[in-house]
Write a protein that binds this ligand. Structure first.
Ligand code: ITT
Length: 199
């Protein structure tokens, strides 16, 4: 069966292919870029789960194939959970990882916060053309570095050091990151539903 990956974020697609293959899924995985005529859905939800469902539902309806979507972000304790669902456009430039990361570091440099605690959250949603839906979440707790380190991954990976690690997410190998990440946890938790509903 074809399974649509309802995202245009290249970093997510790379990780999702590895995570889902590692979980033994043998479906044909096709990114949203294969459907250029399907417009991007407006992410009007107020939670990661709502936005993940909006994205999965839109692609499943438009393509007639089951779709999974990822809505994710970095939640900083001292900022009350921001950037959160606005992580991809924190600087005002959607998908500009460097601008988003630089702005966040500048904001944090003005705040006295010895803990610098933060976590990544990922909501993984599955939607079928018949309206059946599932959504699960995963998170990765850590602390924020003052200076970025590493060149792997994407987004805020160079500043998030997972608890129990001495390296940032961007210094982990792809397999190491996927084993502990919010995305790895959420999508591995979604796989039983994919199997149950798609076979
Ligand atoms: P799609 O909606 O097409 O999936 P997007 O990038 O707009 O792509 P989101 O709204 O879910 O997706 O935003 C996710 C942002 O959160 C992403 O751009 C990063 O800035 C951040 N993020 C999520 N997961 C991350 C990870 O594993 N490592 C670093 N940053 C991450």
């Amino acid at each position: 069966t074809r399974l649509i990956l309802a995202t245009r974020n290249a970093g997510k697609i790379t990780e999702l292919r590895a995570i889902l293959a590692g979980a033994g899924l043998a479906h044909e995985l096709v990114g949203a870029d294969a459907y250029p005529d399907v417009p991007d859905v407006k992410e009007t939800g107020v939670t990661f789960a709502e936005n993940a469902l909006l994205k999965a539902r839109a692609l499943a309806r438009a393509t007639g194939h089951p779709a999974v979507a990822d809505d994710s972000g970095l939640c900083v304790d001292v900022l009350g959970g921001a950037p959160g669902i606005f992580s991809a456009r924190w600087s005002g430039r959607h998908g500009d990882d460097k601008a988003n990361l630089d702005l966040l570091l500048a904001q944090l440099s003005d705040i006295d916060d010895p803990h610098r605690a933060a976590h990544f959250t990922c909501a993984a949603a599955l939607a079928l053309p018949d309206g059946t839906e599932r959504v699960v979440e995963g998170r990765l707790d850590g602390t924020l570095r003052r200076t970025p380190a590493g060149s792997g991954g994407f987004g805020y990976d160079p500043i998030l050091q997972p608890d129990g690690e001495t390296r940032t997410c961007a210094e982990l190998s792809p397999d190491e990151k996927n084993a502990i990440s919010h995305r790895g946890k959420a999508f591995r938790a979604l796989v039983p539903a994919v199997r149950e509903l798609l076979g």
